[in-house]
Design a binder for this molecule. Structure first.
Ligand SMILES: [Fe+2]
Length: 210
């Protein structure tokens, strides 16, 4: 018997990896934004706020939310400690990222043109956040997620797939995720990531031209 299409579970780890690809793209857009930051334009405070909104709500609430409330909890039940080791490191890096995003959000909430100290603060926090999240994503893709696939029994993986879908549907809401993806598209159009840099940072130098 065929399984109805709406009953087919998405693979949670695959969804998390797809979210990494979008976050990497927006990090590339943030990099482009920072390159232009010392040529002031009237809209730049609003743009700082938009980047902060994406990283707070998509990268943190939606993506880190599923990791911290679902994946890491499941890994912990399978014997991975939360306080140290891979999960401890990932949690500490989430916290570090939140501080940079919080600083960007606060500047985004201000009024009037960005002052020079604010521009310097945006550049400082963005230049710390970009390499932090890029390296974090590489660690999860190449080390943590393969560990999860190995360490979590198949029945629990199925439960994780379901709980991550519930998280997206009930905690985030499909409409909100779509709005955040639309915001990402707008940022990518306004601040196209540098293709050469992206190929290097995503470890895909050999993929260019294919
Ligand atoms: Fe992640």
């Amino acid at each position: 018997m065929l399984i109805p299409i709406d009953k087919i579970m998405k693979d949670a780890i695959e969804t998390l990896m797809n979210e990494h690809r979008l976050i990497e793209q927006v990090l590339g857009a943030l990099d482009t934004f920072v390159e232009q930051l010392f040529t002031p334009v009237p809209e730049d405070r609003r743009q700082v706020g938009q980047f902060a909104w994406f990283f707070r709500h998509f990268a943190d609430h939606c993506h880190h939310g599923k990791e911290e409330k679902e994946l890491f909890v499941q890994m912990n039940r399978c014997g991975f400690p939360m306080e140290y080791g891979p999960l401890g490191v990932m949690l500490a890096e989430h916290g570090e990222g939140r501080e940079h995003v919080g600083a960007l959000a606060e500047i985004g909430r201000g009024t009037g043109p960005l002052s020079l100290p604010e521009r310097e603060a945006v550049a400082e926090h963005a230049r710390a956040l970009i390499p932090l999240l890029r390296a974090h994503i590489q660690k999860e893709d190449n080390i943590l997620y393969p560990m999860a696939r190995q360490g979590i029994p198949p029945a629990e993986i199925a439960r994780l797939n379901e709980s991550c879908e519930v998280f997206d549907r009930e905690v985030m809401g499909a409409g909100e995720i779509q709005r955040l993806k639309a915001l990402a598209s707008e940022l990518l159009v306004n601040f196209p990531p540098d293709a050469e840099k992206m190929a290097v940072v995503t470890g895909c130098a050999g993929c260019r031209g294919h």
